[in-house]
Design a protein around this ligand. Structure first.
Ligand SMILES: *Cc1c(COP(=O)(O)O)cnc(C)c1O
Length: 218
């Protein structure tokens, strides 16, 4: 049951850690079930699905976008996203900034960090993150709210710990180096299989799908 899974998570998550229920591939009815249990933060990773759900579901839901975002899909995402967790290129930053300036809005984003060994992963290398934050004023339409990352896909807990330690260290050093970025507070790490470990490494946001909604049917 979705509500039982949520209750268990609410009991176990420290206060101050935001639970984003990752509802991708699940129907509106599943999201409404979670909503009825009190859940208000949801995450999606495909622009079309994100927009369709955002317009049909209750307006007090806070939507996080957490997938790869192509610059020609911004219109589907930015009007509804309270946080874009997955900014993975300066090209995308530029495009979001243009949209924001034109719309007279600020868009809150996390920079996605490439940690873990897998070649296929999106995201910035740690030194690229520092370079962006040094130049944060180049993107007046963007609010830099923190970092997002995924640990290596492995059962090796030591490996996962090393990945989280790495991103946490980067997060701390960014906070120390750029105290003027007052909104840079969020560390989004941890999914269904590793969120308990992520909490130990200072997660402020966990993104949990399978452990709430069950397996996704692709
Ligand atoms: C799908 C997804 C999640 C949730 O994964 P689960 O293992 O189902 O909890 C978290 N973060 C991102 C970026 C995702 O794409």
């Amino acid at each position: 049951m979705i509500s039982d899974a949520l209750e268990r998570l609410y009991d176990e998550l420290p206060s101050g850690v935001k639970l984003v229920a990752v509802s991708k591939f699940h129907p509106l009815s599943a999201i409404l079930e979670a909503y009825a249990a009190g859940q208000r933060f949801f995450g999606e990773n495909r622009p079309q699905e994100f927009a369709a759900k955002a317009v049909q579901l209750p307006q007090d839901i806070e939507w996080h976008f957490l997938g790869h975002l192509q610059t020609n899909k911004l219109k589907l995402v930015l009007p509804y996203a309270s946080l874009v967790e997955s900014v993975d290129s300066t090209r995308l930053l530029d495009a979001i900034d243009s949209w924001a300036v034109q719309a007279g809005k600020k868009v809150r984003v996390l920079l996605e960090v490439h940690i873990g060994a897998e070649e296929t992963k999106q995201g910035f290398a740690p030194d690229e993150i520092q370079d962006i934050l040094v130049n944060a004023s180049k993107w007046p339409g963007i609010v830099f709210c923190g970092l997002m990352g995924m640990a290596s896909h492995t059962d090796d807990e030591e490996r996962i710990r090393a990945d989280f330690a790495c991103i946490r260290q980067l997060f701390s050093s960014c906070r120390d180096s750029f105290p003027g970025l007052g909104d840079f507070r969020e560390l989004s790490i941890g999914m269904s299989d590793d969120w308990r470990i992520a909490i130990e490494y200072g997660a402020t946001i966990v993104r949990i799908g399978t452990a709430i909604f069950g397996r996704r049917e692709y």
